[in-house]
Design a binder for this molecule. Structure first.
Ligand SMILES: [Zn+2]
Length: 440
């Protein structure tokens, strides 16, 4: 087992009882062996490879709880015809058109670009939700290969939907089960059961997926009430809303992720709580699609566990956390809000990912995953566990990572990916995007 010692840093441990101190982290293979001051660790770290953090900030890796690695090639893509007027038109005229023309060859380059962005931002685990409806079988393997290449942890799933017919639905279902089984023993990969959203799923499909997910012991990952039409559709079917419908059909289970929850109500939040499932907030995407904003202050106050994801908008979840904070102030007209909620978004992401990977993630403690980031951030004011959120929101939310270690391996050094050429990754993506755009 290779041992690695990051020393001489300003350490924020994260976790339930976060500490801040000058010192470092000693790693042994995939796990953290000890955290402490340099003098405390010196003897134990005698034979370890040393990285001098030179006074920089040392934190656990960040986690993105909802991502679409396939979305990269939409960057700069022009619509033909009139611009979409609402969320359903955005899906029909952009995302569903895009996912139907994706090939397996497109998926690797698309994923590598944003995984590399994530790495450079100190995001070490990504929970992805994938769709490529004419290239389904093996698609999650391609994403997994990309994440292995860049070095991140990836929880993958395929978005089952009835929107393209029975055969496509069945293929998506099978891809979830196949992938989850294949990665069962891989500490860097995890599987979930992906579903698109209530309004594109029939009762029969939901029940088939519920049974298959239960049999395979998989948590579900589904968009919920992202925009009003999803909520209206569920009400027309006789439910209080999409969460109530999905729960009644057996797909809101412990550890499942209900993405967005913009148009949900108190009764539905109780369902999440009772089921020990999570909501995931994606404020930048919600603003971009003009679908409203999730009432996360009320959800948190009601005891719902709310995590945070970027929904393909970008790779850096720190920027998303800042957006959540600002949007929460803006919508509530109350500058006192969002402080505890911000801490809660972070800790819920750790709980979600730790459950999926069956390993403590997002904290620097003995026997937690050796996922450690050194940011070139030198606090200009006092830094302590109580004001970490203030430094994150107004200081290092955009500071690039200097060093990133994932699973005990150095993946970013002096701000540069190890063994990966970002220019080559971008060039390959541009070539593939050019071909894709010609089919769009
Ligand atoms: Zn999404």
């Amino acid at each position: 087992m290779s041992r690695l010692w990051i020393k001489n840093g300003l350490v924020w441990t994260g976790g339930n009882q976060a500490r801040v101190f000058s010192g470092g982290v000693l790693m042994n293979g995939s796990l953290i062996e000890a955290v402490g001051t340099d003098s405390e660790l010196e003897k134990a770290a005698e034979d370890a490879q040393v990285i001098d953090a030179a006074g920089r900030l040392v934190t656990p890796g960040f986690i993105n709880a909802h991502m679409h690695l396939y979305s990269t090639f939409a960057r700069g893509l022009a619509y033909s015809g009139k611009p979409p007027e609402n969320f359903i038109e955005i899906l029909e005229r952009l995302w569903w058109r895009l996912d139907r023309i994706l090939t397996l060859e497109d998926l690797g380059p698309s994923a590598e670009v944003v995984l590399l962005d994530a790495l450079r931002a100190g995001v070490t685990s990504v929970i992805d939700h994938h769709a490529s409806n004419n290239a389904i079988d093996g698609s999650l393997d391609v994403l997994a290969q990309a994440s292995k290449k860049i070095g991140l942890r990836l929880a993958g799933c395929y978005e089952v939907s009835d929107r393209d017919g029975q055969e496509t639905m069945q293929a998506g279902l099978a891809e979830n089960l196949r992938f989850a089984k294949a990665v069962k023993d891989d500490p860097m990969l995890a599987g979930m059961f992906g579903l698109h959203a209530s309004f594109t799923l029939s009762d029969d499909t939901l029940e088939t997926c519920a049974a298959a997910g239960k049999e395979a012991d998989l948590a579900f990952h589904v968009h919920v009430a992202e925009a009003a039409p999803d909520a209206e559709d569920a009400r027309h079917r006789g439910y209080r809303g999409p969460l109530a419908r999905l729960h009644a059909r057996g797909v809101i289970t412990p550890g499942s992720l209900a993405i967005h929850c913009v148009h949900t109500n108190r009764e539905e939040w109780e369902i999440l709580k009772q089921a020990r499932a999570f909501a995931v907030h994606n404020p930048q995407s919600n603003m971009n699609n003009a679908v409203g904003s999730a009432p996360i202050q009320d959800m948190c106050a009601a005891g719902v566990k709310v995590g945070i994801g970027t929904d393909g908008m970008e790779a850096d979840v720190r920027e998303e956390i800042r957006a959540a904070f600002l949007l929460g102030h803006h919508t509530s007209n109350d500058p006192r809000t969002m402080w505890p909620e911000t801490a809660s978004l972070l800790s819920t992401n750790c709980e979600i990912a730790s459950g999926l990977f069956d390993l403590p993630l997002g904290e620097l403690t003995k026997n937690a995953a050796a996922d450690v980031v050194v940011y070139s951030y030198y606090p200009p004011t006092a830094f302590d566990p109580d004001n970490f959120t203030g430094h994150l929101l107004f200081g290092f939310y955009r500071t690039p990572a200097n060093t990133v270690v994932i699973d005990g391996k150095v993946r970013l050094k002096n701000g540069q990916p190890v063994d990966i050429d970002p220019a080559e990754v971008a060039a390959r993506a541009r070539m593939q995007a050019h071909r894709l755009w010609s089919r769009f």
